[in-house]
Ligand binder design. Structure first.
Ligand SMILES: Nc1ncnc2c1ncn2[C@@H]1O[C@H](COP(=O)(O)OP(=O)(O)OP(=O)(O)O)[C@@H](O)[C@H]1O
Ligand SMILES: CC(C)(CO)[C@@H](O)C(=O)NCCC(=O)O
Length: 404
């Protein structure tokens, strides 16, 4: 939970505040006189430097006019080629090709939007790439959001002479959600989906397209390293209502600690083959099979997460897979509980879950969908978006120095 915060701390934010954090340099002022992304020189990037992952969104313009083609410097062509012809950068950078948005319209240009991520602790490698691939000869300012835009600002400036133009992470997130939802069905798929029959006992999910064109109000739950929960009243009006430090970073961190797994994908793979009931104490373990009927707690409900691990016998029986699954269930259910309370408190029906914790993670999606349905008697609905953790970076791309 967000501890020690007063109502005054929970401030309403407007998208027009997007450039409040900007510390303009003479150069950024010069470049943005016109107030339009279109007038920014290519390449167009949006950077979201999070607590665990950096997300980089790159707009690849198609169909440049002959004049623009002629003017396109050789180094710009090289950047375009490097980013669009590779799917891996160094040993840790990945381009999520399945998320590429083709032929989208941006400020009068048609182009493809590419989605790239790498671990935040590999920032040195990214900065080396910026130098080697001559990004810095073409742009001197990255539109950047996330806590790392503050943390790394000085390093970028002093080491590679690149400015980070800081944009608020939650403003970028909401702006990015809105933009991607409106542009992504060009690939023939619905960006927004719910989960069919989430109560089914297995971890497979069947996605059901959801029309997100008129979504307001909705609760947005961003599950990154930590979790932020926002009430979104309209595209330009939202507030952060609560959050929790028990997020994706907690799952991954504890899983590394307890199972010795090395990657997030391995942690999810372990969980896929685990049985959390070997680790958690259920209501049936306390009350017997019938559960605590007087207060509607079925025997299958978790009474105490990790509650069996005080017993040496149970510890011996629990596998790495069981522990990974119990961790995933624990963290997911806790987030689900905060989300449903927030939605009920504010009388909101739609709860949109985003963030990279949901990457390759159908188990959590199903659990969240089930929990929203179960705890609200069907009146609240969990929604998910295909581009999961990339909305902040998209918002940064759109929110150039002058606002867009
Ligand atoms: N390849 C990966 N490496 C590490 N974590 C991953 C990976 N893929 C998914 N995750 C999960 O996603 C989480 C990070 O999500 P996300 O990128 O949305 O947040 P962030 O921006 O880094 O964090 P925050 O917003 O709290 O600063 C990790 O904590 C982990 O649970
Ligand atoms: C600190 C941020 C906003 C960084 O993205 C995120 O990790 C978060 O919302 N953490 C939870 C903080 C809290 O509300 O307890």
């Amino acid at each position: 939970m967000t501890h020690g915060k007063t109502d005054e701390d929970i401030s309403n934010t407007h998208l027009s505040d997007i450039s409040q954090e900007n510390q303009e340099t003479p150069e950024t002022r010069r470049r943005c006189r016109t107030g339009s992304l279109k007038k920014q020189p290519f390449p167009w990037f949006g950077l979201d430097i999070g607590g665990t992952l950096v997300k980089l969104v790159y707009f690849e313009p198609l169909f440049l006019t002959p004049d623009e083609e002629k003017k396109e410097e050789e180094s710009l062509k090289q950047i375009r080629k490097y980013l669009t012809s590779n799917t891996a950068y160094g040993t840790t950078g990945v381009r999520d090709t399945h998320l590429e948005l083709k032929n989208i319209d941006l400020e009068g240009y048609k182009g493809n939007l590419h989605f790239i991520r790498f671990p935040t602790d590999q920032m040195e490698v990214f900065m080396k790439m910026v130098i080697e691939k001559q990004f810095a000869t073409l742009i001197d300012t990255f539109q950047a959001t996330g806590g790392g835009s503050y943390k790394f600002e000085e390093k970028f400036h002093s080491e590679i002479n690149v400015h980070l133009n800081k944009l608020d992470e939650l403003v970028c997130l909401i702006k990015g959600i809105n933009f991607v939802d409106r542009h992504s069905d060009m690939n023939g798929e619905s960006e927004c989906f719910s989960i069919q029959n989430p109560s089914l006992g297995n971890d497979q999910i069947v996605k059901e397209p959801f029309d997100f064109r008129n979504p307001y109000p909705y609760v947005a739950v961003n599950i990154g390293s930590g979790v932020s929960i926002m009430l979104v009243n309209s595209e330009n009006d939202f507030s952060r209502i609560t959050g929790t430090s028990l997020g994706g970073g907690t799952f991954f961190g504890l899983c590394c600690l307890l199972t010795k797994c090395k990657t997030f994908d391995d942690a999810i793979e372990l969980a896929t083959h685990g049985d959390s009931t070997k680790v958690d104490k259920l209501v049936s373990d306390i009350y017997g099979e019938s559960g605590y009927t007087k207060f509607g707690l079925a025997g299958s409900v978790v009474a105490s997460s990790f509650g069996k691990m005080n017993s040496a016998e149970h510890r011996e029986q629990a596998t790495r897979q069981d522990i990974a699954k119990a961790l995933l269930v624990t963290i997911t259910n806790n987030i689900g509980s905060l989300a449903i309370n927030a939605a009920i408190q504010h009388g909101v029906e739609r709860i949109v879950f985003v963030g990279n914790f949901l990457r390759v993670n159908p188990i959590s999606m199903r659990l969240l969908a089930y929990a929203m349905h179960y705890w609200s008697n069907g009146s609240q609905k969990a929604l998910f978006l295909e581009h999961e953790g990339y909305f902040g970076a998209v918002g940064a791309l759109l929110g150039n120095v002058c606002g867009s």
